[in-house]
Design a protein around this ligand. Structure first.
Ligand code: GAL
Length: 633
């Protein structure tokens, strides 16, 4: 795994570039990502390109022996462009324009903006496509960041109507699919259909689901336009996009098919602070991040583009954007870096080289401080570089466990949660965490992936069952877990004929007759676990494998396939992982809280995420806080 950093030559005097490059190389960095926000400097006036500075910046990096990842600048259209076509900005759900003055102020559906993106991408790709320093291209930056996937602009509305016409053929078919007879919502033509915002109460969930599918397709086609241009002018170079953490607003599996390498931006401390973790976890891992946050995304994005992936932005110190922004424990930046390697990353790049003394991110740490002295993370990058050199190249091995992840499932649950605390990402993450706590390596895969050869398969929930999925599961011989709400909706967001779990009845004979959600704080006891958040009544000829204290079935099992009819709490997940692993003959580890293990093809990596030293039974050793142990497998 190579190391790199994100660099903004346009932020610094040109006289600093050579020394910066020399110091990067000296620190063990090999890759530098540049350019992704530099449109106003590349094209200061409409049609007038200023290539000189970028030519020299790339040349300077090249001379220092560094390779370059060049970003297209389409996340930051310049002021003159927004003024030329003010309707290119996205419109939010409340109908307000998302104006100029920060970034991502564009609508994915605006044809005029798309043409401008094609133009600037072609200009860049023609100029640098064959440059020996350029090894990779990044399209745009973090699609969807700052809530920018959904737009309710006129351009989006028009594109949505076209998308619906292509999907349904006739407006009658759309009315039937959505059930528009309800509340007199029927349309006489596609032209009458608007985006689902600004309605008096909730819009039809089928309308929302199609709007989300449409918006996701717009992101994918926006990306594909740039990919095609870059491929034409820069053959042989990889193309990536940098995805985000805990982000499901568009289908990353879909975008992943068009790129060569999936990358993501890893900010474990910011994510711990911003997401659903308990206050206890936020306290225990305040300077480390929850031990599964980075790994979860490594495994998720590895499954998004044929196994090739990397970390485009690695948190180096305090960030500026979470509610609270603590500093990592000494050792954590190196630990995060090595953990990416353990999960198969091709590279990890730190965000950013030098902390900016101006503008929005002036409180965001870098490898250097604004005065160019080394910040804490610089030493950790050196440490990581030395460790990586010592262990040599790592190959990823197929994991024993497959976890099925679906962006459409995230949208479906999000549109109709039915209980506030039923959160898709949390359910998947908790399932992942239960596996990782027992030392299992996990591949996170799309529902369309080949599941053959895995020894355990877990589907935390999959409300809409894609064609062929039930048959694929039924053909597996390994233990399979289906979570609550699986098979509970059709493609058009209806309750399936014959009730849930719809097509999954081919895999397990049961019917969900009623569902209920439970407010926070309600916990109905069962043997060793509790029923919280969600419960389903099940009719089946199968006797339940597990029941609650009142005798109501909770888990049903048919051969190797299980269906869990409640929100599984941590204790139940642990129990299910143990049973499935026992049946599959997969060995589990008893890991102290905070310890995680990951195997590459050749090495076993053990990480201590705890803030204190821990004795690790499988190593027969005590690991200091924020430390790692790497041994041949
Ligand atoms: C990412 C983004 C970077 C920078 C960083 C700060 O979301 O891609 O440009 O803003 O966060 O943590």
């Amino acid at each position: 795994m190579k190391l790199g950093c994100c660099y903004y030559p346009e932020h610094w005097p040109e006289s600093w570039w050579a020394e910066d490059s020399r110091r990067m190389a000296e620190m063990g960095l090999r890759l530098v990502r540049i350019g992704e926000f530099a449109w106003s400097r590349i094209e200061p006036e409409p049609g007038h390109y200023d290539w000189g500075w970028l030519d020299r910046a790339i040349e300077t990096l090249h001379t220092a022996g560094l390779k370059v990842i060049l970003g297209t600048p389409t996340a930051t259209p310049p002021k003159w462009l927004v003024d030329q076509m003010p309707d290119m900005v996205a419109i939010d759900e409340q109908g307000r324009p998302r104006g100029f003055g920060s970034r991502r102020h564009y609508c994915f559906s605006h044809e005029g903006y798309r043409a401008e993106c094609a133009r600037i991408t072609a200009a860049l790709a023609q100029r640098y496509g064959q440059h020996p320093a350029i090894v990779m291209w990044q399209t745009d930056n973090e699609y969807g960041c700052h809530d920018t996937v959904l737009s309710f602009s006129d351009a989006a509305a028009a594109a949505f109507r076209g998308w619906l016409a292509a999907r349904y053929g006739t407006v009658e078919a759309l009315n039937t699919a959505w059930g528009n007879v309800f509340w007199s919502m029927e349309y006489r033509s596609f032209a009458e259909v608007d985006p689902p915002h600004l309605t008096v109460t909730e819009a039809n969930p089928a309308h929302w689901l199609d709007y989300r599918r449409f918006a996701s397709d717009q992101v994918a086609s926006f990306n594909r336009e740039q990919v095609e241009i870059i491929r034409a002018h820069s053959p042989g170079r990889d193309i990536t996009h940098n995805f985000m953490g805990f982000f499901t607003e568009f289908d990353h599996h879909h975008v992943g098919r068009d790129i060569d390498v999936a990358t993501w931006d890893s900010y474990p401390l910011g994510f711990l602070e911003q997401f659903w973790f308990t206050s206890e976890e936020k306290r225990a891992y305040v300077r480390q991040g929850h031990p599964d946050i980075a790994a979860f995304h490594h495994d998720l994005y590895r499954g998004c583009s044929n196994g090739r992936w990397g970390v485009m932005e690695q948190q180096p110190g305090p960030v500026n954007w979470a509610r609270f922004n603590p500093a990592p424990l000494p050792g954590m930046v190196a630990l995060w870096t090595l953990e990416a390697c353990a999960h198969g990353a091709e590279f990890t790049a730190y965000f950013r080289w030098r902390q900016a003394p101006f503008a929005q991110e002036q409180m965001h740490a870098g490898l250097l401080r604004p005065d160019s002295t080394e910040a804490e993370a610089a030493g950790e990058a050196r440490t990581a570089s030395a460790v990586l050199a010592g262990i040599g190249p790592q190959q990823t091995a197929k994991a024993p466990v497959a976890l099925v992840f679906s962006y459409e499932a995230a949208w479906t649950i999000g549109i109709q949660p039915q209980g506030q605390s039923f959160r898709y990402l949390e359910l998947v993450f908790e399932t992942y965490s239960a596996l990782r706590q027992r030392g299992l390596d996990v591949d996170i895969l799309a529902p369309s992936a080949d599941l053959a050869g895995y020894r355990m398969v877990l589907v935390p929930t999959l409300p809409i069952i894609p064609e062929g999925f039930a048959e694929k599961l039924a053909a597996l011989e390994c233990p399979v877990l289906l979570g609550p709400r699986s098979g509970s909706k059709t493609e058009s967001f209806r309750i399936p004929e014959g009730l849930a779990p719809g097509a999954l009845r081919e895999a397990i004979p049961l019917t969900v007759t009623r569902v209920e959600s439970l407010r926070n704080g309600i916990a109905e006891p069962a043997d060793g676990f509790a029923v919280t958040r969600w419960r389903e009544d099940v009719a089946s000829r199968l006797a339940p494998e597990l029941s609650d204290s009142a005798g109501r079935g909770v888990v049903y099992r048919h051969g190797p396939i299980r269906y869990c009819a409640i929100w599984p709490d941590r204790a139940l997940l642990r129990l299910l992982v143990e049973r499935m692993a026992g049946e599959a003959g997969v060995a589990l580890l008893d890991l102290p809280e905070g310890i995680r293990v990951r195997r590459s093809a050749s090495h076993v990596f053990t990480f201590n995420y705890a803030a204190q030293a821990l004795a690790v039974p499988h190593l027969n050793e005590t690991l200091p806080p924020a430390s790692w142990h790497i041994a041949p497998r």
